[in-house]
Design a protein around this ligand. Structure first.
Ligand SMILES: [Fe+2]
Ligand SMILES: [Fe+2]
Length: 197
């Protein structure tokens, strides 16, 4: 049951610190802060945003083999597109870890972690907040980050479309497999009349 007042924040921060490399821990804290900021700006639940932001990369530094085992043990069947993209596994394994080990059963929080790498059609406000917080947290310094932050601060949907365009183009450039969830995310935004340059 979702009981926000019982969340052991210090314990979770220590857990994240113990499971991640220092730079990844710092990133998690930055994503947590940015998630709260975006939640306030766009009217998402601040507690869920803080929790999902803090925990989103909890499996990031686990060995791929171990991650796959954890996913299998959790009863999750991977799609072919998932198998082709090891960089996505930590999101799937992360949501399973949070449910199994931390006993967090809030579907919104779980989905925000689950879809923070691919996006998907029908994303909730919280899912968009965490996805875009991950991309625009204070520790991010890719060349385009200032423009991405500006777009995200203006509109979550425009931010999602901008990042999907970038993600898909980037994968196509290297002849890599596209994930159906990312394509569905992109399609939905375009069909809804969202546009971004
Ligand atoms: Fe991640
Ligand atoms: Fe991340």
């Amino acid at each position: 049951m979702w009981q926000p007042e019982l969340i052991p924040w210090d314990e979770y921060e220590q857990l994240v610190r113990s499971r991640l490399k220092p730079s990844r821990y710092e990133h998690s804290i930055c994503v947590m802060k940015r998630s709260v900021q975006l939640a306030e700006r766009f009217g998402a639940d601040g507690t869920r945003a803080r929790l999902a932001g803090l925990l989103h990369d909890i499996m990031k530094n686990v060995e791929p083999k171990e991650m796959l085992q954890f996913i299998e043990d959790s009863g999750i069947i991977l799609l072919y597109a998932d198998m082709c993209a090891p960089q996505l596994w930590h999101a799937i394994a992360g949501a399973a870890y949070i449910r199994r080990e931390l006993h967090i059963d809030d579907e919104e929080v779980l989905n925000a972690v689950r879809y923070h790498t691919t996006g998907r059609a029908g994303m909730s406000l919280l899912e968009k907040v965490v996805y875009l917080a991950d991309l625009t947290s204070a520790d991010r310094d890719y060349p385009d980050v200032k423009k991405t932050r500006r777009i995200v601060d203006r509109s979550l949907d425009e931010g999602m479309l901008y990042s999907m365009k970038f993600l898909i183009t980037d994968l196509v450039k290297d002849c890599r497999v596209l994930h159906p969830d990312s394509l569905a995310c992109y399609d939905e935004l375009v069909r809804n009349g969202i546009h971004v340059d």
